[in-house]
Design a binder for this molecule. Structure first.
Ligand code: 5GP
Length: 204
């Protein structure tokens, strides 16, 4: 029997330094039945990052094995490391009617759109390029070469905003999070999500 309503898969995209993580934290503070997917990555943990909480930190061999087992919903390489979304946990939550958020880069988002057309894509736009630069430098967790590589990648990612369903400017974190709450709520009322419910009412 089909579920009356599935959850929403919300994909948050935006360059490193756009503040996606901060907005997301604010959103999750209040939103019920909404979960952030924990990605797998081959990058090394930053200070304070924990395995299983921030990422599953894997070796290249372990990551490759996951790909071969079809265990990833999407994956991509970014600034020399691999990142991917474990498929099982996401699909189970969606089927239970819970919302799942993916915080990923643009190649992965484009892949999700192809493979899961019901996904909703929201791009988090930094208020300005100066702000983006100062957030990347101010973070202080990366060496100057990595910062400039990330900035270069960020500029290449900006046009993807035009491929998304929504664009949210992260000027004020609370406001940006409020916009995402609205997007989630509206997405749960989409006809494609509600079709089964409508069908049941129409049954003789
Ligand atoms: P960071 O190294 O700063 O944690 O992440 C670098 C980039 O990889 C960010 O844009 C982040 O959103 C993205 N990312 C994190 N997890 C995934 C994932 O599972 N798949 C893809 N495609 N990108 C990811």
């Amino acid at each position: 029997m089909r579920k009356e309503q599935t959850g929403v898969l919300l994909v948050l995209v935006g360059p490193s330094g756009s503040g996606k993580g901060t907005v997301l934290k604010e959103l999750l503070r209040t939103e019920e039945k909404t979960f952030l997917s924990v990605s797998a990555t081959t990058r090394s943990p930053r200070p304070g990052e924990e395995h299983g909480k921030h990422y599953y930190f894997l070796s290249r061999e372990e990551f490759q094995k996951l790909i071969e087992e079809d265990g990833l919903l999407e994956y991509a390489s970014y600034c020399g490391n691999c990142y991917g979304t474990p498929r099982k946990a996401v699909m189970e939550r969606l089927e239970r009617g819970e919302n799942v958020i993916l915080e990923i880069e643009v190649q992965g988002a484009a892949n999700v759109r192809r493979m899961y057309p019901e996904a909703v894509l929201a791009f988090i736009l930094p208020p300005s390029l100066e702000e983006l630069r100062s957030r990347l430098v101010g973070r202080g967790t990366e060496d100057p070469e990595t910062v400039s590589r990330r900035l270069e990648t960020a500029l290449k990612e900006l046009p993807f905003a035009n491929e998304c369903d929504y664009v949210v400017v992260n000027d004020q974190v609370e406001e940006a999070a409020e916009s995402l709450r609205g997007i989630l709520r509206a997405s749960r009322c989409r006809q494609t999500v509600m079709a089964e419910r409508v069908r049941r009412l129409l049954e003789p």
